[in-house]
Each structure stands twice: as structure tokens, then as C-alpha cells.
Design a protein. Structure first.
Length: 109
């Protein structure tokens, strides 16, 4: 999981300056999250991110996170409110609690 990923530098795929707020990726998937707290989407950000992800040969998705769950300009991005996100996290934990070993995980330095 990375935040403010500079796509051209990280992925070597262009020269635009668009950066997603959060990029989660792993073997075979990528998830872009655009987080809006005090502003609305501008310059069709989510469409630009989707245009970048669409040709990738993997599972891909986008979340448009905001306090109220407002819609993104790109229909491929799922609108989600902070409350919905918290509900998902709580529900996920209730279904499969995190083991003690996983709770103490520290990222490599």
C-alpha cells in the first residue's frame, strides 16, 4: 500500500503528473483510492486513473472515498463514505478476526 504514488516514476508509463491518493497493489491486482475530505473531484481525476489502470492485465478497481459517499466522475470507481468503510472493516473483522501474529506486523525498514 502506497500513498501519493507518482505513476510515471513508479510504473514508468507516461509523463502526466496525476497521483492517486492511495494505491494498493500486489501480485495480480491493483486498487486506486481517491480520498476527498474538503474538496470535490477535479479534472476528471478518477477517469484519468481508470484510463491508466484499464489496460492492465490484472484485477483492478477504484474507490472514491468521501465523508458523504459522493459519486466519482468515472463510473468504474465505487463511491464509499467513511461510515461505510468503517462498517466494512468491522464486519470483516467480525467474520475473520486478525490473529495476534498479524496484529504485531511491522513493515520492513
Amino acid at each position: 500500500m502506497r500513498r501519493e504514488v507518482d505513476r510515471p516514476r513508479e510504473f514508468g508509463d507516461g509523463d502526466d503528473l496525476a497521483r492517486g491518493d492511495i494505491t494498493v497493489s500486489g501480485p495480480g491486482f491493483i486498487l486506486a483510492i481517491e480520498n476527498k475530505v474538503w474538496s470535490r473531484e477535479h479534472s476528471d481525476q478518477t477517469q484519468t486513473y481508470w484510463d491508466w489502470m484499464e489496460p492492465m492485465n490484472c484485477l483492478r478497481g477504484g474507490l472514491f472515498l468521501s465523508p458523504s459517499g459522493m459519486a466519482a466522475t468515472c463510473s468504474e470507481f465505487k463511491a464509499i463514505s467513511y461510515l461505510e468503510l468503517v462498517s466494512c472493516l468491522i464486519e470483516g473483522y467480525s467474520i475473520a478476526p486478525i490473529s495476534t501474529a498479524r496484529r504485531s506486523y511491522s513493515p520492513p525498514t
